[in-house]
Design a protein around this ligand. Structure first.
Ligand code: ZN
Length: 634
């Protein structure tokens, strides 16, 4: 069907008694508002036929003027939803006739075959949408949900505008059709991932990250001649890490007004990381490039997608996000360009192996012609020991330290590794492989973990089974204790009891892990375990290398020399990235086999080496572009 005619065609399909008061777009979906109560409650068949005809998602809602008032609706919901569902808040999106109902057990709030939901619908005329309430209270999730709710009218108009732009653009692919991609960041480097994909009709930005390790080259090449902020149609964020999402708010400062696509966990975690990022900059007395105002703009303009949900994002680009296995909500970005003309897969960061938390990255697709993939661990020496080896090594270290009455400090990155370590420790304790002690989870790590408890759907089969089947969420196990204040930190340090401490940052470059290190280092009973890469020049690297006296910057900014007497360990292989073998195996197992592979997000030598190896091994065209290179894809 031709674009532009969809709303008209839908109108023609509807019987006169449908009494439609409004018909509009909601992004790539279409929403009808009716003033006929009976039609609202009993028109499934008609709507289904329309969906089959127009091949778009169509939703029918009651006209806002005819809804049961919110207070009354709340009472009805309280009555209908069974107690065991753990009903929490309900939010009323009165401009879109949707009641968002938060429950601890969404399954029970939905009811068998949707019975409970249907009853709410019938009695209140609202469209109920059941969502999982965070098991651990999260102020951040509350703020995000409240921001969306507060901007109900803005969201309705914004989504309608997007839909109009997608469907009202009339086009036909002719022999002049082209696709190109420009590398604005992460070309032969790690950090500031950003690629601009263009067609005659569309400008789509894939990731928009920062380089946290650099002040001079922190942001993507917005100075590239083909980059015009006012022409960007859509931004897709593969996952929450700042080197992929950190510059998104900056786009809004520069005047971007369009949508940002990501999964729900990515939206929430990137918000948290961006807020933390500007906070850290401010504390060092510098002025951040953007403020919480631009972060809020980003939230208002973010459209979240589930894995495998197909959606049009421009007139000629169709987007699907798939599991990437890297961190919670991380996605492989699949773009169907030009109505099946070319299929482009951008991996973001990905793990092609199962972890404690996530399934491996997806390899089966209907079509993929070009693959653009990360190369972080692309060098010959970048092979990781097996998962089991690493886990056992970590467990042994913890066991001996605790039996020796010492404390174990595990410095981590807030997202990914931290939760992986939590799951390993929880399981080991449950299976009595290590003695039962408290596991202190500090600050940011706790906040990110709270977000994890909200989205178990994105985790692997085992964790899901644990949470849904046995009703035992490992993240809220008794052993975990939140540490939020300096007083609490001092208390646990001064206590004689052995314990485990999980804190940021991973390389001892700021955050509470530095404080714990300073206090624990002089006692040889204690241990520090590095579970992630330690960059040259960081305190973590010096300790890892075996220096016996190191300078530590204390909270007040003073530098103090600290004697390192505690045991120092490194456990490699818990990485959320694919190692070299997994990278190569991913290309090998990708089904269908791509025609061209583009390597990005790796040091120069690694990108080039991988490109050459994969070319020889698999006989596909490969390339490792530099920043500001532009590639013609078709
Ligand atoms: Zn990442």
């Amino acid at each position: 069907m031709k674009n532009g005619d969809i709303l008209k065609q839908i109108k023609e399909e509807l019987p006169p008694e449908a009494n439609i008061s409004d018909i509009m777009y909601e992004g790539a979906n279409i929403v009808l508002y009716t003033k006929n109560k009976d039609f609202f409650l009993d028109s499934k068949e008609i709507i289904r036929n329309i969906v089959n005809k127009v091949k778009k998602r169509v939703e029918l809602r009651m006209d806002p003027s005819m809804l049961v008032p919110p207070e009354e609706t709340q009472e009805i919901i309280n009555k209908i939803v069974p107690k065991e569902a753990g009903l929490e808040e309900a939010w009323f999106d009165y401009k879109r006739s949707i009641a968002f109902i938060e429950a601890r057990k969404p399954g029970l709030a939905i009811g068998k075959e949707g019975q409970v939901m249907n009853e709410i619908r019938k009695q209140t005329l609202w469209v109920p949408k059941i969502r999982r309430a965070p098991v651990i209270q999260s102020d951040l999730i509350k703020t995000i949900r409240y921001t969306l709710f507060q901007n109900s009218e803005y969201r309705r108009d914004f989504m309608n505008k997007i839909g109009k732009k997608i469907y009202m653009t009339k086009w036909e692919r002719d022999s002049n059709y082209w696709i190109r991609v420009s590398i604005l960041g992460a070309g032969r480097e790690v950090g500031r991932s950003c690629m601009l994909l263009q067609t005659p009709l569309s400008n789509v930005l894939l990731d928009c990250g920062i380089n946290v390790a650099s002040t001079e080259n922190a942001f993507p090449h917005f100075d590239a001649p083909e980059f015009d902020i006012h022409k960007i149609d859509a931004v897709v964020v593969s996952h929450a890490h700042l080197d992929h999402s950190g510059a998104v708010p900056l786009l809004f400062k520069y005047g971007y007004k369009g949508p940002v696509y990501s999964t729900e966990p990515t939206r929430d975690i990137m918000t948290l990381l961006q807020l933390d990022y500007i906070d850290v900059i401010q504390r060092t007395g510098r002025k951040p490039e953007y403020t919480s105002r631009e972060i809020k703009e980003m939230i208002k303009n973010t459209i979240t997608l589930d894995y495998d949900e197909v959606t049009d994002i421009t007139a000629d680009v169709r987007l699907t996000l798939h599991n990437a296995g890297h961190v919670l909500g991380s996605s492989l970005v699949h773009l169907n360009i030009g109505n099946g003309y070319h299929n482009y897969l951008y991996t973001g960061d990905f793990k092609y192996a199962r972890t404690k938390l996530l399934e491996p990255a997806l390899t089966k697709f209907t079509r993929v012609e070009t693959l653009m993939m990360e190369s972080t661990y692309g060098a010959k020496e970048d092979t990781q020991p097996s998962r089991e080896e690493c886990e056992n090594q970590l467990i042994d270290i913890i066991k001996s330290t605790i039996e020796n009455k010492g404390k174990v400090l595990i410095p981590v990155l807030g997202v990914g590794r931290a939760q992986e370590v939590m799951l390993i420790v929880e399981e080991a304790m449950r299976e009595k492989k290590i003695p039962e002690v408290k596991v202190y989870v500090d600050g940011m790590v706790w906040d990110v973990t709270a977000i994890h408890t909200t989205y178990p759907e994105f985790m692997n089969r085992d964790v899901k089974k644990q949470i849904f089947g046995e009703d035992a969420n490992p993240f809220v196990a008794d052993c975990f204790v939140r540490v939020g204040s300096q007083e609490e930190r001092d208390k646990l340090i001064n206590s004689r009891k052995p314990c485990i401490i999980i804190a940021t940052s991973g390389m001892l470059t700021g955050g509470s892990s530095v404080y714990y290190f300073q206090k624990l280092a002089p006692n040889k009973k204690n241990a520090i375990v590095f579970v992630s890469y330690q960059a040259e020049g960081t305190l973590g690297r010096r300790v890892q290398r075996g220096e016996k006296q190191v300078p530590v910057e204390t909270f007040g900014g003073k530098v103090e020399m600290v004697d390192v007497k505690l045991s120092v360990y490194s456990v490699e292989g818990l990485s959320g990235h694919s190692d070299r073998n997994q990278l190569i195996n991913y290309v090998k197992h990708l089904d269908p086999k791509p025609r061209k592979v583009i390597f990005v997000h790796g040091e120069s030598s690694k990108c080039l080496e991988l490109a050459s190896t994969v070319h020889k091994l698999l006989r596909v065209e490969t390339t490792a572009p530099r920043n500001l290179d532009a590639l013609r894809i078709r």
